[in-house]
Structures are given as C-alpha cells and as structure tokens.
Ligand binder design. Structure first.
Ligand SMILES: *[C@@H]1O[C@H](CO)[C@@H](O)[C@H](O)[C@H]1NC(C)=O
Ligand SMILES: *[C@@H]1O[C@H](CO)[C@@H](O)[C@H](O)[C@H]1NC(C)=O
Length: 336
C-alpha cells in the first residue's frame, strides 16, 4: 500500500490498519436497488459487486448473509453490495464501447470489480462503530456537471496512471488527481476514487436521499481526526471504493475527438466526471466488520475468513435486464 505509507508520513500519529480487499464483478446490470428499488431497467447501467443476494429490490429487513450463497469479495463474511456506474469509450464514429475494469495494484487478478477499503481513523486509537444490519448510503450525484465544492466533491476524484500503476503517488485525491476525468490518454488506465461520509446520526439506517443520515467532519478531515458534527456524532469506518478502469485499449489518438476533448463517458451520460457516484448496502455477517476494525486489520486480517480471488471470481449473477451492453453501441443503455 504505497499511498498509506506516504499519507502517514504527513501525520504525526502512527498509521493504523486499513482493511483493503478486492470484490470481483458480480454483474453489470441496469438496476439500482438503493435509488430505484423495484425498477428494472433503472435509468443507467451499474457494475455491482459483493454478495449474490443482490436484487432489484433490497428491503433493509433482509438478512443478506442468510440469503446469499456466495460473495465476490475476498472476505467471505462480507455479503454487502457495492456499486458504481459503468464507463464507456466513444469512438470518432460516435459509437460506444464498454470500458472493462482490471485488477488493482497489489491485488491478485480479479475479474474486474471494485477495490474496497474500510479505514479507521489514522491515529490508531479512535474507535469506529461498524454499520448495522440494514444500513445503506451513497456518495456523489449523477446530475452534477461542475464542482459543487461541497463535502462530496472533495471525496471523488480520478488518477491518471502511467504504465504499471506508475505516476503520482500519495493518497487518492491528492497530488495530481483530478475531479474531472483526465484530459489526456493514461497509459496505465484510470483509477476512480470514491470516499463515503464518516459520521453517522446513530439512529437512521437510511434516509430519503440516502445521505442525510451521514455527514462529513465539521473541520479537518476524517484522516486528520476531524470532529463529527453534533447531529451526526458517531464515527463510522471510512469506506473507499477504487475502480481501476482499463482504458489502455482506447488510447489511439486517431480515435480521440478532434476537438481535443477526452472520449470517456459514464453510463449516465457524463463526460466531465463530476457526476461520479457510488452506492453501498451493508451486509457483513454478525460482528465481523467490527472485529476487523477493532483488530486494525490490513490486507491480511486473521480475524476474518477469506477466499482466493479465483474462488471470488466464480460468484456471479445473471443480469435482470437483458440488453446489449458490450457491442459497439449507437447509444448508451437506457438512451441517456
Ligand atoms: C429477488 O427478488 C425476486 C422477487 O421478489 C425473488 O423471487 C427472488 O428470489 C430474489 N432473488 C434473490 C437472489 O434473493
Ligand atoms: C466505429 O469505430 C470503432 C472503432 O474504430 C469500430 O470498431 C467500429 O466498427 C465502428 N463502427 C461503425 C459502425 O463504423
């Protein structure tokens, strides 16, 4: 974890653990059980990972660990679901091709998917409270096309990788990371970073906008131990999703727009990147996540049961919505 060591250099306190693991692709589907429950097709396409109890609707009362028979995540007590939008490449002739994801740095080859982190405060002392059964939230807003300069916008960014993950080091969102999709071709692909809020109201598992029950620290940052607002006093683990978009096969300058703009577009029709967003439905078994947080776990976490990436890759679901998503398309799925 290159960026942990660099990030911790900037802090006085010693770095604590940072649970980091891969969740292979479960399905790419036009569903959104948080924002559009029961709606299939939902307005835009997502890539979804985690437990196979994923469904078009997911009532908070569901016991996901009991319903699921497998998970695409390394830690097998984690039946949560994690999802983001999907990226497409738009060629000069106007047709779209889906951009796959690839295995992240320092992780075994996963079948694409999302790298998930649960991070306790870096001082290694402050306790976080793991999420409760039925908890869910989101970060980001697919309708955004400019910098809202709010908590969310600080938490969403992109890294333009050189070959073999080289290039800018440091924590996601620092250095040369951008809030917009990179304007030039990235020889090693593009990483999207999504940090969720870290303060909870302590009562509501969800809220109508899926965000009011959580908040950002009032000053400073989670990393620096910034205090939670009185309305949201409970410190929760900092969830980070990293998505490694394999744009490498789309770097031919002859296929890039002649006006000098970049050719990648999210499945909700956003070329800027400001609309990037991520969704979370908690589904850990029992107190497994709390145990992992209390143990300051890293990539290795002896208190948790785990599986190989090869085993995780075998957990898949058929899409609920049958449509073409992988050929050259004349419009994005859903016509957005
Ligand atoms: C998904 O929901 C449908 C309709 O409620 C149900 O029949 C099905 O069993 C559910 N699938 C899973 C994997 O829970
Ligand atoms: C559009 O361009 C892509 C990339 O060059 C190519 O693979 C595809 O066949 C083209 N489609 C049409 C309809 O010309």
């Amino acid at each position: 974890m290159q960026w942990l060591s660099l990030a911790s250099l900037a802090l006085v306190a010693p770095a604590s653990g940072m649970l980091r693991f891969s969740c292979s692709q479960l399905v790419v589907d036009r569903i959104d059980p948080l924002v559009n429950p029961g709606v299939a097709p939902s307005p835009h396409l997502h890539q979804l990972v985690g437990g196979n109890a994923l469904n078009v609707s997911m009532d908070p009362s569901l016991d996901l660990p009991a319903q699921a028979s497998c998970t695409t995540c390394t830690f097998t007590e984690d039946f949560s679901n994690y999802w983001t939008a999907v990226m497409y490449f738009r060629a000069r002739n106007g047709t779209y091709k889906r951009v796959p994801t690839f295995a992240n740095q320092y992780l075994e080859p996963a079948n694409g998917g999302i790298t998930v982190y649960y991070i306790p405060p870096y001082d290694g002392r402050t306790k976080v409270t793991a999420f409760k059964k039925g908890f869910r939230m989101l970060v980001g807003d697919p309708t955004r096309r400019e910098d809202a300069k709010d908590g969310d916008s600080r938490q969403l960014s992109f890294r333009c990788w050189d070959k073999n993950f080289a290039g800018e080091a440091g924590a996601p969102g620092t250095g040369k990371d951008t809030k917009t999709l990179p304007s030039k071709a990235c020889a090693g692909g593009i990483r999207a970073n999504h940090f969720f809020p870290t303060c909870w109201d302590g009562q509501n598992l969800d809220s109508p906008d899926h965000r009011s029950h959580v908040a950002y620290p009032t000053s400073g940052s989670f990393e620096s131990g910034g205090p939670c607002p009185a309305s949201h006093p409970v410190k929760i683990p900092q969830i980070l999703y990293e998505v490694a978009w394999d744009t490498r096969q789309f770097n031919d300058p002859n296929e890039w727009p002649e006006d000098g703009s970049q050719p990648f577009v999210f499945s909700f029709g956003d070329k800027t990147g400001y609309g990037t967003h991520a969704d979370y439905v908690f589904g850990w078994q029992g107190d497994a996540l709390q145990r992992a947080m209390d143990a300051n776990c890293n990539v290795n976490c002896p208190t948790l049961r785990s599986q190989s990436t090869a085993a995780a890759n075998k957990c898949t679901l058929q899409p609920k919505v049958k449509e073409n998503i992988d050929q050259w398309l004349t419009e994005l799925p859903g016509g957005v």
